[in-house]
Write a protein that binds this ligand. Structure first.
Ligand code: AMP
Ligand code: MG
Length: 334
């Protein structure tokens, strides 16, 4: 692969059958290009001190849907949102004294805080998987910080590797896994920490949700008490943390080819002409994923207790994550 040196656009190109991934240098020109791509809702991988992140505008439903598509993730798990400083984090989440203390001690750095989401945060619901908490991090890597500043908005960024594969610590690893699936990667050399960020849950009791770059003991020293453990980010042990995981109040019927009497029909594809709402009339998976959480809510409100019927969604690519979410919405609830 060629590097971008000497190229006036600070970019070289890796061509694959699915598209082109630009390799950008971490200078003013490359970062301006990366910020532009993010503004267009495109995906840009960038170095952090932990691993390379796969960045997309956290306010854009389409950009976040593309992250899940590029990684081929089988479910919409919540993503970490990266911001340039604590002031930007306070505009997205509610900070209590504990959050202020650990943020002052460890940001910028490899610590992610799970905090209550501000109702006016403006994030895509796909970023939080419909939760009313959000995972936030202020990275220390100078290239990550420069990109966040140049972009000027929150960036959702899971590790920049295909789902189920090892996290990338070099631009080369990102290209190996995602070339042709993302718009660009900013090459900032090797990542220093190489393990992921520590995730501290501060919704309810303080809990270690994932061990990582900051030792749990350092957090305990800062907070002045031991952390609850045994939970994970997927199954937090803090009570009520996942209680608001969005499920419609109405019953949900899957694989509906037509509306039965009294049902609200959430359609998909060109055949569902008669649907009350259509996740994507052209059967575009990114569009359907981008609309999913909004339309589930709208359907629930409009149905006002009537059952919701949902068209079949093909079980491939993003369709797997969409179906995973729909099956949970349709599952019997306690
Ligand atoms: P990744 O971005 O792939 O490194 O992983 C992000 C981790 O943060 C996942 O394990 C998520 O489950 C966790 N996480 C993100 N947002 C939240 C949230 N709102 N509540 C609890 N855990 C979260
Ligand atoms: Mg990962």
């Amino acid at each position: 692969m060629r590097k971008g040196t000497g190229n006036p656009n600070a970019a070289s190109r890796a061509t694959t059958e699915c598209g082109v991934t630009q390799e950008l240098t971490p200078d003013a020109t490359g970062l301006a290009r990366a910020a532009d791509l993010l503004r267009q809702g495109q995906l840009v991988a960038f170095p952090t001190e932990t691993v390379y992140g796969l960045g997309g505008d956290a306010r854009s439903d389409t950009a976040v849907a593309r992250i899940f598509e590029a990684k081929d993730r089988p479910r919409f798990n919540p993503l970490i949102v990266h911001v340039p400083d604590t002031a930007a984090a306070r505009r997205i989440a509610l900070f209590d004294d504990r959050a202020e203390r650990v943020a002052a001690a460890f940001w910028p750095g490899p610590l992610t805080l799970v905090l209550p989401l501000r109702p006016d945060a403006g994030l895509s619901p796909l970023v939080t998987a419909g939760l009313d908490s959000v995972a936030l991090r202020v990275p220390a890597h100078p290239v990550a910080r420069a990109l966040l500043t140049a972009f000027g908005g929150p960036v959702a960024a899971p590790s920049a590797n295909p789902s189920g594969r090892v996290s990338p610590t070099r631009a080369r690893h990102v290209i190996d896994g995602l070339s042709g699936r993302i718009a660009a990667v900013v090459d900032g050399g090797a990542c220093a920490v190489g393990v992921e960020s520590t995730i501290l849950g501060l919704v309810g009791g303080a809990a270690l949700l994932r061990p990582g770059g900051i030792p749990a003991e350092a957090l305990e020293d800062c907070l002045g008490h031991p952390l609850a453990t045994g939970g994970s980010a997927e199954r937090p042990n803090a009570p009520g943390q996942l209680a608001s995981h969005y499920a419609p109040a109405s019953a949900v019927r899957l694989n509906a080819l037509a509306r039965q009497q009294g049902e609200f029909w959430l359609g998909f594809g060109p055949d569902a002409t008669d649907a009350d709402l259509n996740l994507s009339p052209s059967a575009d998976m990114v569009e359907a994923a981008a609309n999913l959480f909004h339309y589930l809510r709208q359907a629930d409100t409009a149905a006002s207790g009537r059952p919701i019927a949902v068209s079949p969604i093909p079980e491939h690519g993003l369709g797997r994550a969409i179906n995973d979410r729909l099956r949970r919405a349709a599952a019997p609830r306690p």
